[in-house]
Design a protein around this ligand. Structure first.
Ligand code: FAD
Length: 455
């Protein structure tokens, strides 16, 4: 059976682009999450949409699981082939299809890494709408499937808010353009207007709904100037940060707002005279950035913050600065509370509960958050001795206690990718059933990424 399948896969993608050799499979067994490693049975590197379709047809006809691997940087073990089967690597599909400078649109194949796109665009004075903080190798196919946040999301929204077109290959092999370019002669000039938002089914789906083969994103011009201001709040006036966030949103002067705590500052060896930092970037023309800076400093005074002169925000925003330092200090024993979203008002209470519980257990913890215009996407982390499974188990148990406190309040939800199995109990049963029904329709034999998301 194995040899027969391998032969068919080689017929689809070409002799040198399919393998079942262990030394090839091993490099696809792990990612940067603490999830156990697992080997697939085949690795394939399709070179076109038609080849992706051919591989999916083989998988669907033979009920073989298919996993998609990008750079392996998720915290949820999304790239690990949990049930074996075929692993798809999109490194061959890395071409730029169009840079439309007039309409500010960029189209590329799913395997092009985001930093490669950024380099090409910057050479023309252009940029992607938001800047990721991961390393250089994450491709677009992964980014749009893992919900995708980044710097400048306060003004720009998440990556999916900027996607105007997508081509997908369904589990059953059909190649479909979704979004407005569902119209036969229309390119990807807007996301909707061809019926419901079908593209939305494939975004943040962790590969479970279809394979993304091509994306079109809005791009922007590089801002002429950026004014960085960091506001520091003490324990007793964290609530005032909420007021500052609301005012910054109302004034419309910031492109980027993020939050970090003193734990994050400790990771990059900086002592800050504050418990929580609000890092604000006002961008635009010289005049706009200058005006934005003055508005933010006024808000700073009105909300009792201190201005942190040290350029800590810029250090955090260097690729991997935070997690790289965490890995250096604590090895691989670290866990993200797999991210969730909340209203501004919920932050102070959640932050205090979190600190109290992890401090009680003596675990290093730190908090980083992207602020959206209206809500916050949080990334709290804990670290523990790398090779101590008991400690890890304890960390997980505490996480569940923390979730029980948070997720039973009205303004907190899971966010980012997911929902992971431990979050199902917090979903409304009617919503969960709808999600499962969509999955069954899109992927009747459940070949796409089984065992990762619980539907
Ligand atoms: C230091 C660090 C900083 C980070 N900063 C950011 C950040 O700023 N913004 C952000 O959004 N994330 C960030 N992350 C999280 C992570 O980098 C992102 O979630 C990223 O998109 C994961 O991509 P990957 O290629 O590493 O995914 P992998 O771990 O390889 O997993 C791939 C996932 O995408 C799916 N997939 C891959 N290709 C396709 C395809 N063509 N079609 C359908 N599904 C596909 C797979 O099924 C799987 O679910 C950071 C991670 C680290 C370690």
């Amino acid at each position: 059976m194995a040899d027969r399948i391998l032969k068919i896969l080689k017929d689809v993608v070409g002799q040198e682009w399919a393998s079942s050799d262990r030394h090839n499979l091993i490099s696809y067994t792990r990612d940067m999450s603490p999830y156990p490693t697992k080997e697939g049975e085949y690795i394939v590197l399709p070179g076109s949409n038609e080849e992706i379709s051919g591989v999916l047809l083989v998988a669907n006809n033979n009920k073989i699981p298919v996993y998609m691997k990008g750079a392996g940087t998720t915290f949820g073990g999304l790239g690990i082939p949990r049930s074996g089967g075929i692993v798809m690597d999109f490194n061959r599909m890395n071409k730029t299809i169009n840079i439309d400078e007039k309409n500010l649109l960029f189209t590329c194949q799913c395997g092009q890494n985001v930093y490669n796109s950024i380099e090409q665009l910057r050479a023309r004075g252009l940029d992607v709408p938001l800047w990721p903080m991961y390393g250089a190798s994450v491709p677009w196919g992964s980014w749009v499937n893992t919900s995708a946040s980044g710097m400048f999301q306060f003004g720009a929204g998440l990556v999916w808010d900027n996607l105007f077109g997508m081509e997908v290959v369904l589990a059953t092999g059909e190649i479909v353009k979704v979004g407005i370019n569902g119209y036969a002669n229309c390119g990807p000039i807007a996301r909707y207007m061809a019926g419901s938002d079908v593209m939305g089914i494939f975004l943040g789906a962790s590969g479970g709904m279809g394979v993304c083969s091509e994306i079109t994103t809005v791009i922007r011009t590089v801002p002429e100037a950026i004014e960085f201001i960091t506001l520091g709040y003490q324990d007793e006036n964290i609530e005032m940060m909420t007021a500052a966030l609301q005012q910054i949103g109302r004034e419309g002067v910031a492109g980027e707002v993020s939050i970090a705590d003193d734990g994050a500052a400790h990771l990059v060896d900086v002592d800050i005279p504050a418990r929580v930092l609000l890092m604000v970037y006002a961008d635009g023309t010289l005049e706009q950035a200058d005006y934005g800076g003055r508005v933010v400093r006024r808000i700073l005074k009105e909300t009792g913050a201190v201005e942190i002169e040290f350029p800590i925000g810029q250090i955090f925003h260097q690729n991997n600065a935070l997690l790289g330092s965490m890995t250096k200090k604590y090895g691989g024993g670290m866990d993200c509370l797999s991210s969730f979203a909340s209203s501004y008002e919920s932050f102070a209470g959640m932050f205090r509960q979190y600190k109290e519980i992890y401090d009680k257990y003596g675990m290093f913890n730190m908090w980083y958050a992207w602020v959206m215009n209206g809500y916050i996407l949080h990334f709290p982390w804990v670290a523990y001795p790398e090779h101590d499974p008991d400690f890890r188990q304890t960390a997980r148990e505490i996480r569940d206690q923390v979730y029980d406190q948070w997720f039973t309040t009205p303004n907190v939800s899971g966010g980012y990718f997911g929902p992971f199995p431990h979050m199902i109990k917090y979903l409304r049963p009617t919503y969960y059933e709808l999600l499962r029904r969509v999955k069954r329709t899109m992927d009747p034999n459940n070949i796409l990424c089984p065992g990762i998301l619980p539907y």
